[in-house]
Each structure stands twice: as C-alpha cells, then as structure tokens.
Design a protein around this ligand. Structure first.
Ligand code: S3P
Length: 158
C-alpha cells in the first residue's frame, strides 16, 4: 500500500497507524533518502537542487521492497519516472486529499521542508499537483477527517 499527497496531508502518521492496524512494516521514503544519502533533506536541496533530490528519490524508490506500507514525499508524483514506478508496484495508491488552507497551516513553520517558502508559491505547487495525485491514485480519502476515520475509510476501500 502506498500513501501519496501534499506536504502536511498526514502520510507518515497514517502509514504508522495502518502499519499497526494491519501488522505490516512501514517505510518512509524521505527517511530512506536521508539514510542512503547521509544528508538531511534541506541539505540535499541546498547542494543538488530539487532535481538532485528527485533523482535520489527515484533511485531509493526503485530499490525498495514492495510489500511494505510506503509513505512517500509530497513531490514524488512530479517526476514521471517515479510516478510510473509507483503505479507499476501494483499496490493500492491512497491519495490523502485536503484543502490548501488546512495543509498550509500544518506546514508553514516547518524548517525541514525546503519547498515551503511564501504562501503563493506553495499554493501554486498544490494546484499543479492536484491532478497528478488524482491520476496516480486508486483511492482518494479526506485527510481532514480524524486519523481513525481515515484509517477506517482506507480499510473499507481495500
Ligand atoms: C516534498 C515533500 C517532502 C520532502 C521534500 C519535498 C515536496 O515530503 O520529500 O521536502 O516536493 O512536496 P513530505 O510530503 O513528507 O513533507
């Protein structure tokens, strides 16, 4: 099972809950990138730009086992090769959807997310990505609900 969605949609939190609920291991793509590169995410962006980060993200994704619950990073769908990999994994792809103001409030002060700058640029990213999340996912859930409701909804949809 793969979780996708914008920054702040709760992918990591929901992956942990689903993992506990289903007795399955979880993997967090951002964490795996940090482990394999030995750099924090803002360091990768500073040294290699977003392009460098996307290439690392793709390489890590390609090497991951398929049977885990996978929490991705919010921009994974913007790189066509990574999007294709996700779809080829032949797993349910769950899109955690929330409105922009809710997401922005959750992420605005996070220093660990290099793409969170001024509100307008984050809004533009959100708008550019909406269709990508929808066309990549097999299931869409409302990420503004309580975590328990989200998990229930995902379980029912399987
Ligand atoms: C990104 C989202 C981040 C992380 C990186 C880029 C994005 O993950 O991969 O900062 O492009 O939206 P989260 O969605 O877990 O914050």
């Amino acid at each position: 099972m793969i979780l996708i969605g914008f920054m702040g949609s709760g992918k990591t939190t929901i992956a942990k809950l689903l993992g506990a609920h289903m007795g399955r291991e979880i993997l967090d793509l951002d964490e795996e990138i940090v482990k394999s590169s030995g750099m924090a995410i803002p360091e990768i962006f500073a040294a290699e730009g977003e392009t460098g980060f996307r290439l690392r993200e793709y390489d890590v994704l390609k090497a991951l086992p398929n049977q885990h619950i996978l929490a991705t990073g919010g921009g994974v769908v913007t790189y066509a090769a990574s999007r294709r990999l996700l779809m080829e994994m032949d797993q349910p792809i769950i899109y955690l959807h929330a409105d922009f103001p809710t997401l922005y409030n959750r992420i605005r002060e996070d220093m660990n997310r290099p793409l969170v700058k001024d509100k307008e640029s984050v809004k533009k990213l959100y708008e550019e990505r909406l269709d990508l999340y929808r066309s990549t996912s097999t299931i869409e859930v409302d990420a503004t609900s309580t975590p328990k409701t989200i998990v229930d909804q995902i379980m029912q949809s399987l």
